[in-house]
Design a protein around this ligand. Structure first.
Ligand code: ZN
Length: 449
């Protein structure tokens, strides 16, 4: 393993033009991504949302053997659609129904079959590296145990299912370098049961999931409450301190910081940097909204980097409500409150993130900062990646009070570097770069000792 020793100070780097504030990894979408973004079709998304609403209810405890009503009908339709998309993939995309029996548990009064419908598009170069995107196809009304009443769930969460289905259609004909998984999960409203099972299956298999996104309530930028429409913003909720942090890791973090440098935070920074034109990803530094959660939590619990997309503001009269008119107010999660162009733009944000992740090298692993002795410079080490198009690495850093990376230094195809900056004064990270300039998410170093 080669070693390079680089002498630099922040000022000198700035003078040399290496420092790129904030958007150090920003890059124009490559041609293939531009074509992918153009193919995402609001009309198809509208058709998906309306079809899902047509099943009446998609409650997890609803009927599973009626061809027209209930969650079973929705499951079979999603499965058939994804299989149709997979047929255009030359065998790269496979579709499965991942079923299990959820035993009696909170909000599950009797053992119940729950089925995730999962389309997996195998990567062409690094198939073992996986990125997952989900929406949940179950729905609910006011009483979370009511499996009979109409529960249209247009925004929550037919919108998210439409995102993953449209992405599966458009990407099935492509050859991403890494594996992409498009999943419609169930049991979310009862307690994230579908995604919990899915994430555990991956964990048990030792799957290398380097990013996961839940699209949940991505139906509109318009809260329909008199406030201004915000049709070009989507929120991305990303935790800081990992949900899966161990006691030992907490001790280290309390000593040296890092609460703003968990793997999900780095994923959030990455998504922001590749956001497509015409859409603003408003990154929110918390795991989810007050009192709420979504399927990303199932992946966070297993130590996978994960985040949640959701619309910029919500109208709570339209979520988790019986469909009714009361005092002249329409309650219920109806398709008339969705903006299908908006959902398409959210799908494009997801496409840009997933494609950019899949084409870039993986997030560097085993990144450590040498803490074996007291020095005023900084030595970083990491495992070299094995991607055939790996070009090298960049060390990034920022003031400890800055929200995003402020400086980057290309250090070549090496596994260790010493820089003339004190580890006590800035936060460091490392990312990988390929021969066409795709950059990986940043990995923050752990102390070596
Ligand atoms: Zn939801």
């Amino acid at each position: 393993m080669s070693t390079r020793r680089t002498f630099l100070v922040a000022g000198a780097v700035t003078a040399a033009g290496v420092a790129v504030p904030g958007t150090a990894a920003a890059a124009a979408p490559d041609r293939e991504l531009q074509r992918i973004l153009r193919e995402i079709d609001p009309a198809r998304i509208e058709a998906i949302v309306r079809k899902l609403v047509s099943f009446g209810t998609r409650h997890t405890l609803s009927v599973q053997d009626d061809p027209n009503r209930g969650i079973g009908a929705a499951r079979d339709w999603i499965f058939a659609e994804l299989q149709r998309h997979a047929a255009a993939s030359d065998g790269r995309m496979t579709v499965e129904q991942q079923s299990f029996i959820q035993p009696v548990s909170p909000r599950i009064p009797a053992p119940t079959r729950i089925t995730n419908v999962i389309a997996t598009l195998r990567g062409s170069v690094t198939p073992e590296r996986i990125y997952v995107v989900t929406g949940h196809y179950d729905s609910r009304v006011t009483d979370v145990m009511d499996a009979v009443k109409d529960a249209p769930g247009a925004d929550d969460d037919a919108s998210g299912v439409a995102v993953i289905m449209e992405l599966a259609r458009v990407l099935a004909t492509r050859r991403p370098e890494s594996t992409l998984v498009f999943a419609a999960v169930a049991g979310e409203e009862q307690g994230l049961y579908g995604s919990d099972h899915m994430a555990q299956q991956y964990r048990d298999a030792g799957a290398d999931i380097q990013g996961m996104f839940s699209n949940d309530i991505v139906g509109t930028g318009n809260a329909h409450d008199g406030t201004r429409n915000d049709p070009r913003t989507v929120r991305l909720f990303v935790e800081g301190v990992p949900t899966s942090e161990t006691a030992a890791e907490a001790t280290t973090r309390k000593s040296t910081g890092g609460e703003n440098d968990g793997p999900s935070r780095q994923l959030g920074r990455f998504v922001k940097q590749v956001e497509p034109d015409g859409m603003n990803v408003r990154v929110v530094w918390r795991r989810d909204r007050y009192l709420r959660g979504s399927d990303h939590i199932s992946f966070l619990l297993r130590g996978y980097p994960a985040a949640r997309f959701t619309e910029p503001r919500e109208n709570f009269n339209h979520e988790h409500q019986d469909v009714r008119v009361e005092n002249g107010i329409q309650y219920g999660d109806l398709p008339e409150f969705c903006d299908f162009g908006y959902i398409a733009r959210v799908a494009r944000v997801n496409a840009a993130a997933l494609w950019s992740l899949a084409q870039a090298p993986g997030t560097p692993k085993g990144v450590v900062i040498d803490t074996t002795r007291l020095t005023n410079d900084t030595t970083l080490r990491w495992q070299m990646g094995t991607e055939p198009d790996l070009a090298g690495y960049e060390v990034v850093w920022r003031e400890t009070t800055a929200p995003d990376w402020q400086h980057s230094l290309s250090v070549g195809k090496v596994g260790t570097i010493t820089v003339d900056l004190s580890k006590d004064n800035v936060f460091f990270g490392v990312r990988a770069v390929d021969s066409t300039g795709h950059r990986s998410p940043v990995a923050a170093p752990k102390p070596s000792s």
